[in-house]
Ligand binder design. Structure first.
Ligand code: SF4
Length: 205
């Protein structure tokens, strides 16, 4: 089984009610040998239209955050808990998340075998940790899931709703988190993706 074959199968999936309202299945994209896999909650409007993950405003902010830390988007793999857009961007229901992760995300993780997983936001964290969590309490902590390092971060959509850059703000904490993540990636021993550029938090956000 390859990722391409799995993606082809997923594109015709009708295993949960989200199939009825989606335009496109957003399977995920990126480096199939990625050391880092980012997992969000689910596709939004732009993602549904294009079939690509994290291409709307939140995705553009994620790109800026990755770029500022020197982590090329093409070096990682990006996906979501559910592959079809929930109506009006509601949170995926537990049965939708369970069905979709069982069918697709679990298999993506088996094929990619990342060394670090970054779940973005509470919904993604809850899948990996198996319980309700407060993202503000667990972000920036090194946890573990099935022997893989887990490093929860705020979802960029949350950062868009909380634009303050003051010390202790979600954006400030995310800036600290992405630098910690880059350090961890570089310590994995493979070719460093790129040197960290000197950027100010102001230019990042
Ligand atoms: S959300 Fe997942 S399980 Fe539901 S129809 Fe889409 S691909 Fe299938």
């Amino acid at each position: 089984m390859s990722l391409e074959l799995l993606a082809a199968q997923a594109r015709t999936c009708t295993a949960c009610r989200l199939a009825a309202t989606r335009l496109n299945v957003v399977f995920g994209e990126g480096n199939p040998d990625a050391q880092l896999m980012i997992v969000g909650e689910g596709p939004g409007e732009e993602e549904d239209k294009t079939g690509r993950p994290f291409v709307g405003k939140a995705g553009q902010l994620l790109d800026k955050i990755l770029e500022a830390a020197g982590i090329p988007r093409e070096s990682i793999y990006i996906s979501n808990i559910v592959k079809c857009r929930p109506p009006a961007n509601r949170v995926p229901l537990p049965d939708e998340a369970k069905t979709c992760t069982t069918l697709w995300l679990n298999k993506q993780l088996e094929l990619i075998r990342p060394q670090i997983i970054v779940p973005l936001g509470a919904t993604a964290c809850e899948y990996f940790l198996g319980e309700k969590v407060s993202i503000t309490k667990i972000r920036g902590q090194w946890l573990e899931w099935q022997g893989i390092k887990l490093f929860p971060m705020f979802h960029p959509a949350y950062l868009l709703r909380n634009p303050a850059r003051t010390p202790g703000s979600p954006k400030h904490l995310t800036w600290l988190d992405i630098q910690e993540l880059k350090k961890a990636l570089d310590s994995l021993g493979e070719k460093p993706s790129r040197a960290i550029k000197t950027v100010s938090q102001e230019s990042l956000f």
